[in-house]
Design a binder for this molecule. Structure first.
Ligand code: BTN
Length: 267
């Protein structure tokens, strides 16, 4: 098994036409998203991909840190140009979550937690951070995907040990990171092409099928508010639809989800 990331080894597992035309594998970087943002500003093309053996400043959603030790996991950022309007960026993020879930499913059963965490064995194994950079009329979208591949639970900081996991933890045995990265590129290209050419409806249906807490009661901590309700599914624009206790429907656009009714699916 290759223990170092390489573009050639990743391509050997990738069934792609345009994504990963340029693949940079770095030894160490603050954040692959930040690095790719710089490359985008310098004119890097659609489909450019950056990976790193380690991130010294890996970033998560809502200003959190993404634990990124050397040689254990996949830290990958992909540049998607292609003229998707800014108001569809939440759809790209959900599309990337679906692609990551399909990748994990090549090894073990997985579910999605809104907006785009992937859980396996009841623990979070994937996180996604989508960032847009509007340089000219069309935004450049940077899709950052962190997949915990060979990380042992003891290697996570104490506060994450009961909710974070890895593919190896969920299915046993060491897993080839280049293969995981190659399969991710395949699923991401296919789903992003589908989003651009067909629209969001089919992605939303596949996402909802994998949603680990459909019809369950959840609490959402939104910026400045807390909302509770039963999950109905995804709206056409990617918002999470909730039925509140008073029967009214509510759309969640951003925030953190906690499942209330004895769910063991992790955070
Ligand atoms: C989350 O909070 O769940 C999102 C985590 C996203 C982590 C990935 S790792 C590759 C890319 N580079 C970063 O700094 N973050 C994303």
């Amino acid at each position: 098994m290759a223990d170092r990331l390489s573009a050639a080894a990743i391509r050997a597992h990738a069934d792609v036409r345009w994504l990963g035309g340029r693949i940079e594998c770095l030894d160490s970087v603050d954040s692959t998203n930040t690095h790719l943002r710089q490359l985008a500003a310098e004119g890097a093309g659609d489909g450019t991909v950056v990976l790193a053996e380690e991130q010294t400043g890996g970033r998560g959603r809502l200003g959190r840190t993404w634990v990124s030790p050397r040689g254990r996991n996949v830290y990958l950022s992909a540049l998607l140009r292609g003229g998707v309007p800014v108001d569809r960026i939440p759809q790209i993020s959900l599309c990337a979550g679906l692609a990551a879930c399909e990748t994990v499913e090549e090894w073990c059963a997985a579910t999605l937690k809104w907006p785009n965490d992937v859980l396996a064995g009841g623990r979070k194994v994937v996180g996604i951070l989508c960032e847009a950079q509007v340089l000219d009329a069309a935004p450049a979208v940077i899709v950052g995907v962190g997949i915990n591949v060979n990380m042992r639970v003891e290697e996570f900081p104490a506060e994450l040990r009961d909710k974070a996991g890895s593919l190896a933890h969920a299915c046993g045995g060491e897993i080839d990171r280049c293969r995981v990265a190659g399969r991710l590129l395949s699923h991401l290209e296919r789903r992003y092409d589908e989003l651009r050419q067909v629209g969001f409806a089919a992605i939303a249906a596949e996402w909802t099928r994998r949603c680990g807490f459909l019809n369950r009661s959840i609490r959402v901590e939104e910026p400045g508010d807390i909302v509770e309700g039963e999950v109905l599914g995804l709206a056409a624009d990617g918002a999470l639809r909730l039925r509140r206790r008073d029967g009214s429907e509510y759309r969640v656009l951003a925030g953190d989800v906690t499942v209330l009714d004895g769910y063991a699916g992790g955070e």
